[in-house]
Design a protein around this ligand. Sequence first.
Ligand SMILES: [Zn+2]
Length: 311
Amino acid sequence: MRDDARLEDLGDGLFAYLQPDGSWGLSNAGLVSDGEESLLVDTLYDLPLTQRMLDQMVAATPAAKHIDTLVNTHANGDHCYGNELVGGARIIASTASAEEMNEVTPTIMAAMLKGADEMGEAGVFLRHAFGEFEFEGITLTPPTETFDGRLDLRVGDHSVELIEVGPAHTRGDVIIHVPKAHAIFTGDILFIDGTPIMWEGPVANWIDACEKIVALEPEIIVPGHGPLTDTRGVLKVRDYLIYVRDEARKRYDAGLSAREAALDIQLADYSAWLDSERIAVNVLTLYREFGDTAPPPGPLEIFELMAELAR
Ligand SMILES: [Zn+2]
């Protein structure tokens, strides 16, 4: 278990739970509270990690003893596999996220890791990315309520705006704006000091999402992975997406395959970001968007390519 995760008091009853260094599966979460009322933003990848976070939240504020509402920003397991530990809460996600949650379940992750030894280089990569999490014994706990577009909630005196900006990183990404605190929890619309991974696209939606965040003029920004940031951090993510989109397009037009493009694109300064091998997924998603008719590679091939790029 990692011991560098910490709860950060953001003021106004808001907290961020940060898991350095934000690499594969090491997601952030948040809490909005006022008086006795509380809203949790995301759970973590497994039950021990989520329980430890909840314990720290209870130690920080009595409002966390009973979580009234949980919002899952999107369907990736590192943002929802811990849901069963906030039993009794109203659990909210976008309709698209709720549907997507049924696809990559903890059971699938556990089975994939069990079979990793027979998967060659892809298996080594899977263990490196996901091997330290405990996927066995998790009961996937789906949202109790879904919405499309926008949903406004109240947590005591805080108004809380759920704004659907997906499909982008996944099919139903939601950001959470708390205007009185000038704060936004962005889910995986932001990876800070780490490489964004575009499972779904279209890239234009993700670029728009970055611009929406900046337009809300937040002073506190809690990304899905990595340290707290400001609007400059948001613009860096936007610029990465534009750069990769343009570089992939040049190679698509020149007739390179997605694999060739992923291996060919020079990441320059972005190569210093964690997990730069995610360019493989980003190029594959962009190629689909550009109209590539090659059959999409399976998960094994994708992880093989990322392993090759990570070398
Ligand atoms: Zn994540």
